[in-house]
Design a binder for this molecule. Sequence first.
Ligand SMILES: NC(=O)c1ccc[n+]([C@@H]2O[C@H](COP(=O)([O-])OP(=O)(O)OC[C@H]3O[C@@H](n4cnc5c(N)ncnc54)[C@H](OP(=O)(O)O)[C@@H]3O)[C@@H](O)[C@H]2O)c1
Length: 262
Amino acid sequence: MSQLTAIVTGASEGLGKAFAIELAKRGINLVLVSLPESGLIPLGKYINKTFDIRVDTVELDLTHDESPTEIFQFLKREKLTAHILINNAGLGNWDLFIDKQPEFYRTQIELNVIAPVILTRMFLEQADDQVTSYILNVGSLGGTFVVPRKSVYGASKAFISYLTKCLQLELTGKNVKMSLLSPGGINTKPELLVINQQLKGIAKATIFEAEDVARIAIDGLFKGKKEIVPGQANKLLVGLNSVLPGFIKNAIIKGKLKEHGK
Ligand SMILES: NC(=O)c1ccc[n+]([C@@H]2O[C@H](COP(=O)([O-])OP(=O)(O)OC[C@H]3O[C@@H](n4cnc5c(N)ncnc54)[C@H](OP(=O)(O)O)[C@@H]3O)[C@@H](O)[C@H]2O)c1
């Protein structure tokens, strides 16, 4: 494979950081994007030293209108073409709809929906059609299952799922591969780790470490998989979701929420 460059959004921590390291292990140059003062610069230096690849860091807030343009202007100035786009940055929550302020939902939609749409559009514009380009959109099983307390988050991931599946059809015959990543829970933050450690049975089997999700996702992306669902338990749940009637799914979800005192 010739020297490739990947843009990874939300790369300072969690799954984005795991993507950065996984791509670096494969000798792929990186343009890492995250909020200012998020530790992105030291992370970039560490990856550059450890894996001997080029790493550029762009610190900006992806909820700002001008941010996608700034990323591609940076690439132009540096005479770089991006071959891989990982739309990873995302904002989740676990609250009743009424318990969050309107401004929170605005930010969530700007980060989870608007930013990936605009970045994908700009990425395709600069893509070199002589070299295969890759786009990985990070969705969630939260976009497949209808779960209370995940209202706007789940809807934003359902949007990403539709967008990806639609663009996969539009891009048929073009030198672009696009995958949707639909993970279950990932141990990315201490608070998630605490919740996930209390799970049992199949619920426990749906949880993965960020490094494993990143490896499975990048393998799937390069193989041209349309949708990547890490783990057998998650695949089983997706299969059940497509055959079970809505009232049974709702009863199961309400039962599970009761178990957790919600
Ligand atoms: N964790 C899970 O259980 C899970 C499950 C399914 C899907 N996902 C999806 O996986 C993706 C990554 O999740 P994660 O758990 O790794 O999240 P995370 O640990 O909260 O990391 C999010 C990353 O995005 C960056 N970011 C946040 N707001 C930003 C903004 N306005 N502009 C630029 N960068 C911003 C963060 O930077 P800072 O460090 O500065 O905050 C951080 O690098 C998300 O799309 C999420 O929806 C996660």
